[in-house]
Ligand binder design. Structure first.
Ligand code: PA5
Ligand code: NI
Length: 199
């Protein structure tokens, strides 16, 4: 069988072009989720500061718009994540962060707006924090857990794309946290070591 005839045997997904507006919202997506402050318990250093935010207004801390068509290793998932400009105590707002379930899969992030960091680490403790501004591309290499952190005063908007069979392992980060956090000191973001829990 000629390889370009294979599509006759599978459900054909059509190519697609979408437009991502200035505010980061794609013109089309088939999955959306958001995390509110109350869903982030245990992720930030200052638990009291988080509880104060939750009791005042349980704000949305980040949103994700994505296209997921399958979990085939030949397919891609792509979308946009938007992290709100917010500090929890002295710590900058961020996504939960995860390893990929298929841990040797990689990911591309491309910053569309804002100012922040991609914080990455391997299970064995190799860490990388890369500053991202509009136009920065980050290659998240295989085996690196990753999270985005907004250190600016605008929404931190990133395009992401990863293999559709990657999957998400949130458990490891939920249990152990990351070894590095991004903290405000004298009005500037600094990279700080954490006391890792759960080890
Ligand atoms: O797979 C990715 O890295 C992204 O799609 C993220 O899922 C997204 O940025 C939200 O972060 P998290 O999955 O850590 O909540
Ligand atoms: Ni990922």
């Amino acid at each position: 069988m000629c390889s370009n005839e294979k599509h006759r045997l599978v459900n054909l997904v059509l190519p697609r072009g979408i437009h991502i507006s200035e505010n980061g919202i794609p013109s089309a997506y088939n999955n959306y989720y958001e995390k509110r402050a109350s869903e982030m318990r245990g992720f930030y250093q200052d638990e009291n500061a988080l509880e104060e935010i939750i009791s005042k207004e349980n704000v949305v801390v980040y949103r994700v718009y994505e296209f997921k068509n399958s979990e085939n290793s030949n397919d891609l998932v792509y979308g946009v994540s938007i992290v709100a400009p917010l500090k929890i105590g002295k710590e900058y707002n961020m996504t939960k962060g995860h390893f990929h379930e298929t841990v040797d899969t990689s990911e591309i992030y491309f910053c569309l707006n804002g100012d922040g960091y991609m914080v990455m680490e391997t299970e064995t403790g190799v860490t990388e924090c890369i500053r991202m501004i509009k136009g920065t591309l980050v290659y998240v290499a295989p085996y690196f857990a990753h999270r985005t952190v907004n250190t600016g005063n605008q929404e931190f908007i990133n395009l992401f794309c990863y293999p559709a069979h990657a999957g998400h392992d949130y458990r490891t980060i939920e249990k152990n946290g990351f070894r590095k956090i991004i903290y405000e000191e004298k009005g500037e973001p600094i990279i700080k070591d954490t006391k890792r829990t759960g080890l």
